[in-house]
Design a protein around this ligand. Structure first.
Ligand SMILES: [Mg+2]
Length: 192
């Protein structure tokens, strides 16, 4: 069975960070307003420090995340023919100790929302580059470089600046939604 590494944030679910930032700043940013990978980069350095203190003490973003359309349905189908690993980074270098709570929140969300995933296949890490999976699905280009025969980059505002040629050099293919991922990795009769 081939192994698939699937990222969690902005690949399976999204939204919690933005809501936390909007609540903290009393703003109404939309994802399309934010060209950065880290939503909180809309703040200046001093404000960001105060936000991070607040964030790690009070916010569990996984209470507010939205699942990307068809993500869970497609992954459940994939789980019948591939070995699925949910691989998600939780170490925040800016708050090394405090970010341990993210491992707990991520683990709890995955076992609750994806009961068909073997809990032993939940990989909470800071180093995705050590993962040797045949297929990788992520929204961050750096996580797709290196090992892997099929590498799918889920399109987001923050990765739009990578050109087709640049991605091709690393054998990375840009995809736009989970239906498309399903059509690449499943047989026609299995597509949800
Ligand atoms: Mg991600």
């Amino acid at each position: 069975m081939k192994k698939i590494m699937i990222d969690l944030d902005e690949t399976i679910c999204e939204g919690g960070y933005l809501e936390a930032v909007n609540e903290y700043l009393h703003t109404d940013y939309q994802y399309t307003d934010i060209p950065h990978y880290y939503v909180e980069d809309v703040m200046d350095e001093e404000e960001k420090e105060a936000f991070l203190d607040y964030f790690y003490q009070h916010v569990n973003i996984y209470k507010n995340v939205k699942v990307l359309p068809k993500a869970l349905e497609v992954i459940e189908k994939l789980a019948t023919k591939y070995d699925i690993y949910i691989v998600t980074a939780f170490v925040d270098r800016r708050r090394v100790k405090e970010s341990s709570v993210m491992a707990k929140y991520k683990y709890e969300w995955i076992i609750e929302n994806m009961p068909y995933i073997n809990p032993k296949h939940i990989v909470l890490t800071g180093s995705k580059d050590i993962i040797m999976c045949d297929i990788k699905i992520d929204d961050k280009v750096a996580n797709l470089k290196g090992y892997g025969e099929t590498k799918l980059l889920l399109n987001h505002k923050h990765n739009e600046n990578f050109s087709h040629e640049e991605l091709e050099k690393n054998n990375i293919r840009r995809v736009y939604d989970w239906e498309q991922i399903g059509s690449i990795l499943l047989k026609e009769s299995e597509v949800v």
